[in-house]
Design a protein around this ligand. Structure first.
Ligand code: MG
Length: 249
């Protein structure tokens, strides 16, 4: 009798423990399979879009935007031809949120005629200046993001002047001089909601690998005490806002 009681108790404990393990493992499996399903929604033509975003970085942007959308809309500075916009925009579409995408579409200094990153396809033959907006617009249409992405063809500080909407994610990938990156940071971080993501592209820990301005500003943001650092993905520096919202409008 005693032996059978002990046996049934042991079987009970083993069963409960197995149940507990299953409960822990199942949500993770469901979550990762959902993530796989979702990332399959990124159109295959993304690899053909002009731009400088690595695929792994794009996938991380997509996952961050999925999470950020539970807080509010997303915003990117420096959409160029729309590669990052598609990664972020597809996540926003899944979650029924908006992506605001800022770019003057006149190209950076290095993309002007005669410069190392000049692309003849982006030159407006009538005006003789760079205009990446027609290309960007065609990409948004092809990706089915016309009703998700709001392009703002302007400079970041002009849009910021009368901005008042709290944001779940801000992606900074506009001008890469220190002056421009710090301004983009100063203009936009106050709108990030607690738990929202501040993401910088082109963070090079080794100066031999690239310009240091985004990294310098990333460090300024971290030193402010308003953010905690999350693991990087290649050159994507990711901070999560922990402080109170300070939107003063
Ligand atoms: Mg970049």
């Amino acid at each position: 009798m005693f032996a059978s009681n002990v046996l049934s108790r042991v079987v009970g404990i083993v069963f409960e423990s197995a149940q507990r393990q299953l409960k822990l493992v199942l949500p993770r499996c469901i979550l990762s399979s959902r993530r796989m399903e979702n990332s399959n929604l990124i159109p295959p033509f993304i690899s053909e879009i002009k731009g400088f975003l690595d695929e792994e970085e794009g996938q991380r942007l997509f996952e961050l935007a999925l999470e950020a959308c539970s807080l509010g809309p997303c915003l990117e500075i420096g959409s160029f031809c729309g590669k990052s916009t598609v990664y972020l925009g597809v996540a926003c579409k899944i979650k029924g949120k908006t992506l605001f995408s800022i770019d003057h579409h006149r190209g950076s200094e290095e993309q002007q005629p005669g410069q190392p990153y000049f692309d003849f396809e982006l030159l407006d033959s009538k005006s003789g200046v760079i205009d990446s907006f027609p290309y960007f617009r065609a990409v948004m249409q092809k990706a089915g993001l016309d009703e998700v992405v709001v392009p703002m063809v302007s400079k970041s500080h002009v849009v910021a002047r009368d901005w008042a909407t709290p944001l779940g994610l801000v992606f900074i990938d506009g001008g890469h001089s220190y002056d421009m990156v710090i301004k983009d940071y100063d203009y936009w971080y106050p709108y990030l909601l607690p738990g929202g993501f501040l993401v910088f592209h082109d963070i090079f820990l080794d100066p031999a690998e690239g310009g240091q301005a985004p990294y310098e500003v990333y460090k300024v943001a971290l030193a402010s005490g308003e953010f905690k650092a999350l693991p990087m993905t290649k050159t994507l520096g990711i901070l999560q806002r922990s402080g109170p919202v300070m939107v003063e409008k």
